[in-house]
Design a protein around this ligand. Structure first.
Ligand code: DGJ
Length: 766
């Protein structure tokens, strides 16, 4: 509900529902932020008004003689330098080369019409209500300059946005314009999701203090170094209890957010695009709309926040055609082939992929131009006939004849200097004046701010999509940008234009965004692509951290997660197939290794595994995600659709003489009886190593032919587990079966070496 309230001559705005609430007071023409967070009643507005603490010396008074007008000490929803607020400012304007204070004051409020939204920027859809608060500049030189602060209320989140409209007659430069500004009361911890290539989204948490914490990116992406999403939580918050805020941005380029506690105890939170090097023209008649900033809140710890964030993304960000639509199990040939393949090899892989249950075959990099390695071909769209003599159409037809969908990889934003595209259009390349070219992975970026470059990409990609009967596109991007500031900002607008033009008219194509893995895992891309390749690191142990970080902000359905080879290509860690699968279950499941070298036992196991995933796919992809009380050293992910609940219990390193392990399940009806069943898993004979010598009639060499042969063709069933009990017992925890501790084998024993895991399905007892 959005309401304007007048009390004792003061204007308030109440924007709230059952999940989040924001209350504003208009005082001195400024928007004071009385509250953002827990749902409160509009009747609370007067009680939430606070007074300045000191008000003077050296505080600057916004109204001469009125010590309550010291803006520096008040919680604000927007601010400008030059009005007495010395905290970090959300806006920077230059007029004739000098910083100028617009001193915006409230003028009106109204709804936001659909036509008022920028057509290129991605937007969240399906708001319950929106309001724009309109402020005009009271600076005598800037009469007519207007700031709109938009507030859109969604079922589980609040979206804010700033729009600057120059109705003055002065040409201005914008050096900074945040999407949103908020001053929140009390102590916080801030959590950011950081990393790099193959180690994305690791959570880091520090206290919010008087020193500023900045979470930003500079490489032209939203980046794997610092995801644009972050959390503010009260000290002591847990998975189930305590207050936590989540913030995010619908933007895929350089971003900036900061948190800092003020001298009177407000934490200023800014969210927006990076102001680094920014100097945008705002000419008379011009307007600049900043990306949408999201805020969600929970009083029930991280689990509550994840539920709110996930619902917001699934219902308001993901393209409508894919909302709650099950994603196919895909096979991708990249890790299995890299650039080395031909049609015969691909068809052999596709047949095996089909046999184990994959539904979509994705041909990754290397199908075009002279692309036999990463040094040539990018920018060209002619099919490599040496590898694919029947073209993409021929391959696609054969894949379809096998009963699978066909998907294709593109990296449209880049060129290799060794490409026809670059040879014909060397001037299309993005560069910073007077320097470079600077290469990354032998690539240069195309300048997406140029209309002719965008046309080339749109026409080239569209022509292939229309010709080759393609159901899925992987849109990759593999290098940091050579530019910053305006150019980097306009590049992303160019990218959005291209994505609109290619995919708006082809809503049934499933787009998976990728940027060297998760270098562009953000809400901007999710407005076009329902899922994102989370990381080139598919080692399940690494994925436990990566996916665990992403879940704070993004639902399982957005996370591409594949089973790949072991030992793993980047960590050289050997992990069981069961754990590789169990981790990939909690995302959009895929397979990505050379199936021609798949052992017969792996084939059997993967077939079973994929059948299990399909049976529970809706719950894995769209069920309500939470984490629950796993003991130290373990991690438990839970998904539930209300009817069935699935828990994944994961271990990293096992310790000898382990404690009894407990399964705890959140949120079941406590009075009902539930049936718990562990997914049946297979176990290689070889895991027992030299212990086998004590059970075989003759001592066998554990590295020898017999054991190796046994491992190829035969696997044991790992100890199963089933139980029936009340939801109350499951909430409190039930003991799991005995774990292998070096002695005494029986069929019910659970073999829990390093990197082992189990998945349990819990349904009502019939
Ligand atoms: C980087 C991606 O993350 C990989 O999955 C793969 O598509 C390669 N690019 C191909 O060059």
């Amino acid at each position: 509900m959005i309401r304007q309230i007048e009390k004792n001559g003061v204007k308030y705005y109440y924007i709230g529902n059952r999940a989040i609430c924001c209350m504003l007071k208009i005082a001195y023409g400024k928007a004071q932020l009385l509250h953002l967070g827990a749902p409160l009643s509009e009747d609370d507005c007067e009680a939430l008004c606070c007074e300045t603490v000191l008000g003077w010396e050296p505080g600057v008074l916004y109204r001469e003689g009125d010590t309550r007008s010291c803006l520096d000490e008040l919680p604000l929803a927007w601010s400008e330098r030059g009005t007495g607020d010395y905290r970090e400012t959300p806006v920077g304007l230059l007029y004739e080369g000098t910083e100028i204070c617009p001193d915006f004051v409230w003028s009106s409020a109204g709804e936001v019409n659909a036509e008022e939204y920028d057509a290129v920027l991605p937007h969240a859809r399906g708001a319950q209500e929106t309001v724009k608060l309109v402020f005009t500049s009271s600076n005598r030189l800037l009469e007519g300059l207007t700031l709109e602060l938009r507030f859109s209320l969604f079922e589980t989140a609040l979206v804010r946005q700033a729009v600057l409209i120059n109705r003055s007659d002065k040409p201005l430069k914008v050096t900074k314009l945040m999407s949103a500004c908020a001053d929140l009361q009390g102590s916080f911890m801030v959590s950011t999701f950081d990393g790099g290539w193959i180690r994305e989204a690791h959570i880091h948490t520090v206290p919010v203090t008087r020193s500023r914490v900045v979470n930003g990116s500079a490489g032209g992406f939203s980046s794997n170094r610092h995801n644009p999403g972050f959390l503010l939580s009260r000290p002591g918050v847990s998975d189930d209890a305590g207050e936590v805020y989540g913030f995010n941005l619908l933007w895929s380029g350089n971003h900036y957010s900061s948190v800092q506690r003020s001298s009177v105890g407000f934490t200023r939170v800014l969210q927006g695009i990076s102001p680094d090097g920014l100097c945008l023209d705002l000419l008379p008649g011009g307007r600049i709309e900043m990306p949408e900033a999201v805020a969600a809140w929970s009083g029930h710890g991280y689990n509550g926040l994840m539920e709110n964030m996930h619902r917001f993304v699934n219902e308001s960000v993901i393209p409508e055609a894919w909302r709650y639509q099950e994603r196919p199990v895909l096979y991708n040939n990249w890790e299995g082939c890299m650039f080395k393949f031909n049609e015969g090899k691909l068809l052999s892989l596709a047949k095996k992929a089909k046999k184990i249950g994959c539904e979509l075959f994705v041909l990754d990099d290397g199908w075009f131009g002279e692309r036999d390695n990463d040094q040539a071909g990018l920018g060209d769209y002619s099919v490599n006939r040496r590898k694919l003599p029947n073209g993409l159409e021929g391959l696609s037809k054969k894949i379809h004849d096998l009963g699978m969908q066909f998907g294709l990889w593109f990296e449209p934003e880049a060129v290799n200097p060794d490409s026809d595209c670059f040879r014909q259009h060397p001037d299309w390349v993005l560069s910073s004046p007077g320097t470079g070219p600077f290469y990354a992975r032998n690539e240069l970026l195309l300048d997406l701010t140029k209309p002719e470059v965008r046309d080339y990409i749109v026409e080239s990609v569209s022509a292939i999509l229309d010709k080759a009967d393609i159901q899925y596109v992987k849109w990759d991007m593999n290098r940091n940008s050579p530019v910053s500031g305006n150019k980097a900002y306009e590049y992303i607008l160019g990218l959005y234009d291209v994505l609109h033009r290619i995919f708006d008219s082809r809503p049934r194509i499933l787009l998976e965004s990728c940027a060297s893995g998760g270098n562009r895992f953000d809400l901007g891309m999710l407005c076009f692509s329902p899922q994102i390749w989370a990381s080139d690191d598919t080692d399940p142990v690494e994925r436990l951290d990566i996916q665990n970080g992403l879940y704070y902000l993004y639902p399982q359905s957005t996370i591409g997660a594949h089973v790949s080879a072991a030992p793993h290509g980047v960590t050289l860690r050997a992990t069981p197939m069961s754990t590789r699968s169990n981790v990939a279950f909690f995302g959009d499941f895929g397979v990505e290794f050379d199936l021609d070298s798949m052992k017969p036992v792996d084939e059997v196991e993967l077939k079973e595994t994929i059948a299990y995933y399909k049976q529970h796919r809706k719950t894995f992809q769209f069920g309500c995600f939470s984490r629950n009380g796993a003991e130290e050293g373990a991690l438990c992910w839970q998904v539930s659709d209300g009817k069935e609940t699935i828990c994944g219990l994961f271990h990293k390193l096992i310790s000898a003489g382990p404690e009894i392990e407990w399964l705890r399940v959140n949120g079941l009806d406590p009075d009902r009886t539930w049936h718990v069943e562990a997914r049946s898993q297979l176990l290689r004979v070889g895991v027992y190593g030299s212990l086998l010598r004590f059970v075989t009639p003759v001592p066998l060499d554990t590295e020898g032919t017999i054991i190796r042969l046994a491992d190829r063709h035969y696997q044991m069933r790992d100890g199963g587990f089933s139980a029936e009990c009340s939801g109350a017992a499951l909430q409190s925890g039930i003991p799991l079966g005995k774990r292998f501790t070096g002695t005494g084998y029986d069929a019910s024993l659970r073999v829990q070496g390093d990197f082992q895991s189990n998945v349990f399905c819990i349904v009502p007892k019939t």
